[in-house]
Design a protein around this ligand. Sequence first.
Ligand code: GLN
Length: 579
Amino acid sequence: MQRQTIISKSGRTKKTCRITELTNIFYFNYHDRQNIQKPDACFINVQTKFIFVTGGVMSGLGKGVTTSSIAKLLQLADQKVSCIKIDPYLNYDAGTMNPVAHGEVFVTEDGGECDMDIGNYERFLNQNIPKSHNITTAQVYSSVIEAERKGEYLGACVQIIPHVTDEIKNRIKKIAEDEKLDFLIVECGGTVGDIESLPFLEALRQIRVEEGPQGVIFVHVTLAPSLDVVGEQKTKPTQHSAQELRRIGIQPDFLAVRCSSPLEEKTKKKIAMFTNVTTKDVLSCHDAKSIFEVPQILYDQGIMDSIFTKFGKVGMVNTSANWDEWNKIAKNMVNHEDHKVKIAMVGKYVTLADSYVSVNHALKHAGAQLGKSIDIDWIDSESITDYDTLSNYDGILVPGGFGIRGSEGIIQTANFAREKNIPYLGICFGFQLAAIAFARNVLNLEDSNSTEIKPDSKNPVVDLLPEQQSVSDMGGSLRLGANNILIKENSKAEKIYNSKLISKRHRHRYEINAKYIPEFEKNGLIFSANSDDHKRMEILEIPNHKFYLGVQFHPEFNSRPGFPEESFVSFIKAASEEY
Ligand code: GLN
């Protein structure tokens, strides 16, 4: 992606434009925003540099963390960076997938229901990633088929190469161009050898041909398992996987090799020898105490110098990372073993830790800020019978969920937390079912329920959003993304957020039925925040409880290491008796 950047002698004035605009160059003064003639300016040709991350051997090796860590290093060196996740599956987005099978659905500010790696990128970079950065097979094929129907390829036989690959390339290059990035890191989901990912890998290969070796580098993530007592690091899976990549025309520049203990020099040499990768670019990605240590692990092996050398940028940019703030954050995430806070997370999708990955992170971010380490026990709301065991916890959190299964267990849990004065944070489903628990047990409203769970309930305390009545598609049709929320004065919510106006991300189809609000409020449960001209209830609280908060939105998606989300901080404070 060739562009021209004009930088004044002071190095501060910067204007980037496409190479085709060069006949019309003007100098742009960054500070007073005026066009000025500045004949002493110097010219530097720059391109958005692409780093493509592929996966080998098997899934679950941490491609997302490798991608995020490389992006973080470049950001720490003052580069403008973003990431893309390619998901080669046929779903249009992650919204219709079961979180137990595929991990959490991460919701972006602009309402994308995305792969959870987008959450990793946001947390590492502390920057919002738009939904266009999660590309799937369905999105690509839909565009190609739509264009074909409109006659945009008239006369042509529409094929995977070039039409599908062009669509993939255009999406990637458009993001690089629109966002004027120095670096764009693209992670291709799946494992090399999968049929589904072939068109994507082919498109990435073509971008390398078009942009040249100084425009694109490939990082391949593999595994070196250590077997039995001898503990020898085995290289064959990595050799085969690099070979598979070469078979489709891609020679990796770096190998990021997952292993339990640091990769030995002789293992690196052996891998290098069989894969045509320089020994110093065979990187050990050994187990770390926290994922936030991975950037440092890669940096210490010289990845930054290698990247800038390969891109021919040495001497033109600052290659050393500014570690101060990040290291403080990374250290703070692991160092509080003496101060444990025990949290029960009662939910529906507890068999896979990744189902609630952002909630887990948000709890830990809050803990780190308060000097606490968080112990989370996942409790299946479908099988819980002995609610008294919940008294062993400092706090109870109920995350989001859908459908009837396990909902009664959540309602009982919310009621138990209220009765026993245990700090409670209910998110989305956990907010709605807390209201139902209150309606049943305090308001004595017989058969209170959500119409999602019992459509003919006598007291539908939670009901379908009015605009959802006519919706029939399941995909992408919930109330999604960031919305403004107004907080009432003198409420706990106002104290928590220290503001009367916040913006949070949503993902729901049901809401509190406004008809019941007066009765709730007469009996000690307050709806302390709302949205859309007071139509929609967003926060509930019980003022005479130690800490009882329900939120219709998803605060976990806004939490970042070093910048924890406020409701999590208050919840952990309350759970550690500091509220
Ligand atoms: N199932 C509920 C709804 O659709 C809650 C959704 C959620 O927890 N994300 O409104």
